[in-house]
Design a protein. Structure first.
Length: 136
C-alpha cells in the first residue's frame, strides 16, 4: 500500500514538472527580449475597480457582489418557502397545529429575507464608516 501511494505521488510530481518549469519564463508575454528583472503584470483576482475618488474599497465591492449573487439564489427559495407555507395552511383541514406550522414557515422565510436584505445596508454602512477617515 505504501509503495502504491509513493508511486502515485511520484507520478503526480513528475507530471506537473513541465508546468513548474514553464512558469519560470524570463520574458513577458508579447516581449521578445529577455528581461528577467521586469515586473510581471498582475491582475486583481476579485475583479475590483481600481481605487479612485468615490470608489468603495475592494472588500466592500466583493461583499456587495457576494450579497447580490446570494440574493439571486434566495429569491426562488423565498418564493418556494412562502408557497410551501401556504400549502401547509390550506391543507390544515381545521388542525390548528398544521395551520400554525404553515404560518411559522412563512414568518421565518420573511424574517430571513429581511435579514439578508438588511445585509446590503450593513455593507453600505461599513463603506461609509471606512470612508470617514479619508480626506477629499
Amino acid at each position: 500500500m505504501k509503495e502504491l501511494l509513493f508511486l502515485g505521488i511520484l507520478i503526480l510530481v513528475v507530471s506537473t514538472l513541465p508546468l513548474q518549469v514553464s512558469a519560470q519564463a524570463t520574458t513577458l508575454p508579447g516581449n521578445t527580449t529577455s528581461n528577467a528583472s521586469a515586473p510581471l503584470p498582475l491582475t486583481d483576482p476579485f475583479g475590483c475597480d481600481p481605487p479612485t475618488e468615490g470608489t468603495p474599497p475592494c472588500f466592500i465591492q466583493v461583499l456587495q457582489g457576494f450579497i447580490g449573487r446570494f440574493l439571486l439564489v434566495v429569491y426562488p427559495i423565498l418564493a418556494g418557502m412562502v408557497f410551501y407555507g401556504g400549502l401547509q395552511m390550506m391543507f390544515a383541514r381545521g388542525s390548528s397545529e398544521k395551520y400554525k406550522s404553515g404560518l411559522r414557515t412563512i414568518q421565518y422565510a420573511v424574517i430571513g429575507f429581511v435579514a439578508i436584505v438588511l445585509s446590503q445596508g450593513i455593507a453600505s454602512i461599513l463603506y461609509s464608516l471606512l470612508a470617514l477617515g479619508q480626506t477629499s
